[in-house]
Write a protein that binds this ligand. Structure first.
Ligand SMILES: [Zn+2]
Ligand SMILES: [Zn+2]
Length: 138
């Protein structure tokens, strides 16, 4: 299912909804987890053969500006996700998947802002270890 909220957010930020953008929005709508531009490129290329990886990155930039996506980097690879609420990403060293970890103390960001005199818009906190299923599983 296409998330029409994403279409609205892009329009609100003055981006035209092109067929290629629509394909990328469709992918993001159906992939709630963490993904790389290459994953989306491989997928969308099947239906939009003229699309390039650079176009995917451009569309992602537009989606970040519109508040649809967030991104973070690990070992030189950029990951994207549609969970734009500040959270920590746990990288599981066993199954190599990411797990979203809710920040136990939302006040942390507010405290950082007031005590350091800065303004935190978003947080990209990277944790490394083992995810819930790898920790509890045999
Ligand atoms: Zn795991
Ligand atoms: Zn995440």
């Amino acid at each position: 299912m296409l998330n029409t909220r994403y279409v609205d957010l892009l329009r609100k930020s003055n981006y035209k909804i092109t067929p290629q953008r629509l394909r990328v929005i469709d992918y993001v709508s159906n992939h709630p987890g963490h993904f790389k531009a290459e994953d989306v490129y491989t997928h969308v290329k099947g239906v939009e053969p003229t699309i390039t990886l650079a176009t995917i990155y451009n569309i992602f930039r537009a989606m970040i500006k519109s508040g649809i996506l967030d991104s973070f980097e690990i070992n030189g690879t950029t990951w994207f996700e549609s969970n734009t609420i500040p959270h920590a990403n746990l990288y599981c060293e066993k199954c190599h998947a990411f797990e979203d970890v809710e920040l136990p103390d939302k006040i942390l960001l507010e405290r950082l802002s007031s005590e350091c005199g800065i303004k935190v818009r978003t947080a990209s906190i990277l944790l490394k270890g083992t995810c819930r299923s790898c920790t509890t599983g045999a």
